[in-house]
Design a protein around this ligand. Sequence first.
Ligand code: NAD
Ligand code: WQD
Length: 338
Amino acid sequence: MTVLLTGGAGFIGSHTALVLLEAGHEVVIYDNLSNASRESIRRVERLTGLSIVFVEGDIRDTKTLADTFATHNIEAVIHFAGLKAVGESVSLPMAYYDNNVGGTVTLCQAMAAADVKTLVFSSSATVYAESRDMPLAESAPTGRPTNPYGTSKLMIEWLLTDLQRAEPDWSIALLRYFNPVGAHFSGQIGEDPAGAPNNLLPYITQVGVGRLPRLSVYGGDYPTRDGTGVRDYIHVMDLARGHLAALDALKARQGVQTWNLGTGHGYSVLEMIEAFERASGRPLPYDIVARRPGDVAECWANVEKAERELGWRASHGLDEIMRDAWRWQSDNPQGYRG
Ligand code: NAD
Ligand code: WQD
């Protein structure tokens, strides 16, 4: 099957492109390169020995989308494209609603015009209401996100649900990712944030290679086992395989399906630092500082529904995550730029 990956040059999209190619699918990547480079696509092609069709385009551009659907025999779309920096979204809310929500509306209209009605969407655990009850199942209530990024994800879940209700021949998967981390085991593709990373893992590995001086641990007084925040870190290759499983599962189902993609285990920030030190053999300098506004103490997934309905589960543990994240960072200290 030919699958269109919006945002496919980015971190999760590039790993998913590799998994789809290895499973025998054809891949068309549609990306405006606002947070990615073509080098990720070249490397996926080199790793697989297979080629990818690349279209440089914006999901808000109706004409380029229509041309892309007209030229390629696309049967399904995995929709990664969007802006994802939580802090930036607070100062640039309109950019987030325009790209993420507006872009999704335009994409769905182009899909409908081309009669392509199978869609897998990159949602986030950030849509869940704050809760002390862990793990979070898909049936847990969604909340009022604390930032425009999170709100945009929830709005997209709602608009896709409304679309499918009005046009029942759509098949839609809402994949709620927990904390995607790690890299392909080759160290050839990985996460390459522009500027200082917002997320823990790339921050740790950039301190490890000396691009940044020290890690700030946000909060040492949470009601957790060691006082630092606990999250469900999932290897990006497991996450990528989850998209393949979701595409397969959608063949048998119409409607909107929601699946958590996590591991079902939580690790604290200090446990992540220790795992990094084990993987790299280097000490990681850090300071414990004030909490970061908007952070919750703990968050991890109930993955039973994904296991049961997708026949999928995460298989890579924390040490593999760190080994692969470190291989990517140490082999590519400046990411795709050098
Ligand atoms: P990423 O920034 O690496 O990838 C997103 C890609 O979309 C980039 O290649 C960017 O150039 C492209 N893009 C952005 N706006 C676009 C537009 N208007 N038109 C076309 N292309 C556009 O991010 P990622 O980590 O790979 O995340 C992929 C998706 O998963 C995003 O929707 C993100 O919100 C979601 N998600 C990510 C995480 C995470 O922690 N990485 C967690 C939950 C959900
Ligand atoms: C993890 C833990 C921090 C950086 C975010 C988004 C979420 C989703 C994934 C897209 C927390 C601590 C972090 C640092 C630290 N993205 N930390 N020092 O906040 O769980 O989720 O990314 O959908 O929407 O909110 O991930 O990696 O930022 O933080 O101590 O420099 O690491 O406090 O406990 P988070 P994160």
